[in-house]
Ligand binder design. Sequence first.
Ligand code: COA
Length: 273
Amino acid sequence: MRIREACWEDMGEIVRVANQSFLEWARYTSYIGKKFLEKIHRFPEWQFVAEENGVIVGFVINEPVEKGIKISWIAVLPSYQGKGIGGELLRKVEEKCKSLGLKDIHVGTPFALSFYQKYGFELVKVTYRLIKEIVGKVIPSPHTYFNPGLEDIRELTPLLGEEIHPFLEAFFDTFPEEQEKIVGIRRGNVWEALAVGKTNPFSQELVETRFLWGENKWEALRVLEYISSVQGRRWVGVETESEEEKQALERQGYTKVEKNPLYWTLYHLIKKL
Ligand SMILES: CC(C)(COP(=O)(O)OP(=O)(O)OC[C@H]1O[C@@H](n2cnc3c(N)ncnc32)[C@H](O)[C@@H]1OP(=O)(O)O)[C@@H](O)C(=O)NCCC(=O)NCCS
């Protein structure tokens, strides 16, 4: 087995390894092909492949970040897994970091927590993703709610403070195709909560909550569940990094997602060199 730098000629084989190894979207050629191209183009010295008898059986795609490197994707063909090839790819990244005096290797992974822990990475943060199945359940019609538009942004800006940025990102991502999934709860002139949802790009069944804010946010979320249910969707998903919020969601029928190729809890790890 040999580890070497990746080059343009390897693109086809690297994508084939991704097709066959990943569970999540990273297996889609249209998605991953573009991502790999970008990384190989911008940071060619940071991309490596593992070859067995001249055939590519694994790869690691990385990008420089502050004080270190981020592993974007790593994969080994299923029939070659468990033989230490993933570990060798990590070692290659580690060696290069050390030779340049870089101190940290970062990674976020849905499914390979034990792999990184085995090689000395430490878990630093969890982005929980929780999901609720809304079919086969009574989803009550909400009381009054609003559908904020462009004209409301001026009013929301001072109110949201620093959260205005993630709100606007979610807002413009959803507007106008799914504008009905921008939900506001308002008492009189006071905005009490906002939720922005978006249909998952790979499955009509899942609506992801992209933004959730305010003292009445669970009410806004229930409205989003209602809208999703009217549209015949099956699941609503919510992301959080707070243990408290995770528990509140669990009390409302949400469950933590593991090993779901569409929507997954993400584990953030670091290895200090
Ligand atoms: C994760 C992955 C790259 C590891 O490669 P590998 O060559 O099997 O790794 P190694 O042989 O060096 O290490 C094996 C360890 O990885 C873990 N592992 C093995 N198979 C795994 C799998 N399918 N998924 C996740 N982790 C796995 C185990 O902890 C195993 O340790 P053990 O043998 O002591 O039980 C490979 O399993 C893979 O391509 N998985 C699918 C793609 C993926 O999830 N990539 C990471 C997302 S960024």
